[in-house]
Every structure is written in structure tokens, then in C-alpha cells.
Design a protein around this ligand. Structure first.
Ligand code: CP
Length: 305
């Protein structure tokens, strides 16, 4: 890679992941540090976002940088037919770093290869979402006290959910056992199951989602069915309500269980779960600020100390 871009979670070693999590801890202690005064961050969201965009932009603001960009590609010249290449070349004339979300898998890799400034992948299609994974790891470490030897249940849309794909790759460093819970139509793609086999990561697969399955989990990672990835909306209608976690289903769960969700949720977590102390998804999203402060500094080569 020609610069310090973050495109895939596989770009990060175990040591690098742990050092970034430690850095995020420092930002949690004090998020307001003017480490980026004079810097400009380009925030290019070709796909909708609430948490990722706002937490990256908040991170930039709390670090003293300024933010340019768009949250709706129809307001950019992409809507007139400008190519991704030309958009990236233009924004890199103005910004020190580009944070980009794009619907095409591989778009972030391509942008990082042509951009003179670093690029952070804020989600590319169904492929990867590495900054989400870093905040997921931070949340797991914070709530479990370790990343090692955990039973992680991934629930819902395992076919199109880029957050579960990135998390699976990252956890290879930490001896997890995965449990894939999805309808047949949305099961974990073969490349990720093969990745588990090659890396000696045990996993189970089931279409059942019930109290006894939840009882084994340390982390219950719920996901939304990704309507925007279906070419046939009739297929989406068949699976959109496949699972719904309710508070009653947590009756036999482990004391250390925490429920994560990258959000947004649609109806896969009932509101009665929100008041359960094991529900952690809103704190998880809050952790995104500290982790993204760490990622921006790291990609720009800025030492927190
Ligand atoms: N988790 C996540 O990527 O949320 P947004 O789509 O709101 O950014």
C-alpha cells in the first residue's frame, strides 16, 4: 500500500489492533485534543450513514480538524457522471485524509491506490467495514476484559452484513468460537467459512434462534437484514423478519453476555431489550468516536502523546 490507508481489517496485525485499542482508551479518557489543528478531512458518503459519518466527523472536530464532503452523492458531481477516480483526485487536492463509504465492493481499495492522501474505508458494499470492527473489538474488550476464547454468536444477515465479515477476519487473532445463526438464504458465504477452516476457528451453523442457543453466548452480535443489497425485493420480504430478540429470550443467558448490533436496527431487537444491562449497542456506537479518533490519528501518523 502506498500510504497509510485503512481499507481492510486484514491490513492490521494483532499488535496493531491492540495498540489502536489502547490509543482509543486514551481518547475515551479525553476526547478533546487539538492534535489535528490545520488538517482537513474529506468525508465522502456515497451511501447513507448516521453513526459512521457523524462519529468520524465528530472525531475530526474534537481533534481540531475541519471537515469537507457530502452525505448524499446526488449533491456531488458524481450525479453528473463524474467517475470515482476523478472525485478522489479532486478531494485529495483539498483534504489530508479521505473517509469514504461506497456501495461498490472494492471501491475503497481502488480509491486508496489512486489517492495521494490516505483513505479510510467507511464501508464498501457487502465487503468490509474496518472502523466498525475496531469499535466492535473495543466494545468486546471493554465488556469482557479480554478478546480471547470467546463464544461469539453472529445473528441475521450473514450474507450481506459487512460488519460480520470484518469482525470474523479480525477475531482470527484471538481464538474465538463462532456460531452462525441465519436463515438459509442469508447464510455465511463460503469464503468466510473456508477462512475459519484454514485458520482453525471452530464454528457452528444453525437456522434456530432461541433461548438455549443464546445461553452459550459471550457476545450476541445481532444484525439487520440489508434490504439495499437485494436485487429482488420479494426475496427480502421473505426473510426481513427472520429473527427478533426479546428480553424473555435472555432469561438463561450468561452474566457476562453483551448484546451488540452495528445499528441501525429495524425490528430484530425488541425495545424491551434496551433496558436490560446486557444490551450494549448504544454504548458500542459511542465507542465509535474514541476508536475513530485513534484511527484518524494513526492514519495521519500523529502520535497521541
Ligand atoms: N454501523 C453503521 O455503519 O451505521 P451507519 O450506517 O449509520 O453508519
Amino acid at each position: 500500500m502506498k500510504n497509510r490507508s485503512l481499507v481492510s481489517i486484514n491490513d492490521l496485525s494483532r499488535e496493531k489492533i491492540l495498540s489502536l485499542l489502547e490509543m482509543a482508551g486514551k481518547f475515551e479518557e479525553n476526547p478533546n485534543r487539538r492534535l489535528l489543528a490545520g488538517k482537513v478531512i474529506g468525508s465522502l458518503f456515497f451511501e447513507p450513514s448516521t453513526r459512521t459519518r457523524l462519529s468520524f466527523e465528530t472525531a475530526a472536530n474534537r481533534l481540531g480538524a475541519r471537515v469537507i464532503g457530502f452525505s448524499d452523492a446526488t449533491t456531488s458531481s458524481a450525479s453528473k457522471g463524474e467517475t470515482l477516480k476523478d472525485t478522489i483526485m479532486m478531494v485529495s487536492n483539498y483534504a489530508d485524509l479521505i473517509v469514504m463509504r461506497h456501495h461498490l465492493e472494492g471501491a475503497a481499495r481502488y480509491a486508496s491506490e489512486i489517492s495521494p492522501c490516505p483513505v479510510i474505508n467507511a464501508g464498501d458494499g457487502a465487503n468490509q467495514h474496518p472502523s466498525q470492527t475496531m469499535l466492535d473489538l473495543y466494545s468486546i474488550l471493554k465488556t469482557q476484559g479480554t478478546l480471547e476464547n470467546l463464544h461469539i454468536h453472529l445473528v441475521g444477515d450473514l450474507k450481506y452484513g459487512r460488519t460480520v465479515h470484518s469482525l470474523l477476519f479480525a477475531m482470527r487473532h484471538f481464538k474465538p468460537t463462532f456460531h452462525f445463526i441465519s436463515p438459509e438464504e442469508l447464510h455465511m458465504p463460503e469464503e468466510y467459512r473456508e477462512f475459519c477452516r484454514v485458520n482453525n476457528i471452530p464454528f457452528t451453523e444453525t437456522t434456530e434462534f432461541n433461548e438455549s442457543i443464546i445461553a452459550q453466548a459471550d457476545i450476541l452480535y445481532m444484525t439487520r437484514v440489508q434490504r439495499e443489497r437485494f436485487s429482488d425485493l420479494m426475496e427480502y420480504e421473505k426473510v426481513k423478519n427472520c429473527y427478533r430478540l426479546t428480553n424473555a429470550m435472555l432469561a438463561s443467558s450468561k452474566p457476562n453476555l453483551r448484546i451488540l448490533h452495528p445499528l441501525p436496527r429495524i425490528n430484530e431487537i425488541a425495545y424491551d431489550v434496551d433496558d436490560n444491562p446486557k444490551a450494549y449497542y448504544f454504548q458500542q456506537a459511542q465507542n465509535g468516536l474514541y476508536v475513530r479518533e485513534a484511527l484518524i490519528c494513526d492514519v495521519l501518523g500523529i502520535n497521541v502523546e
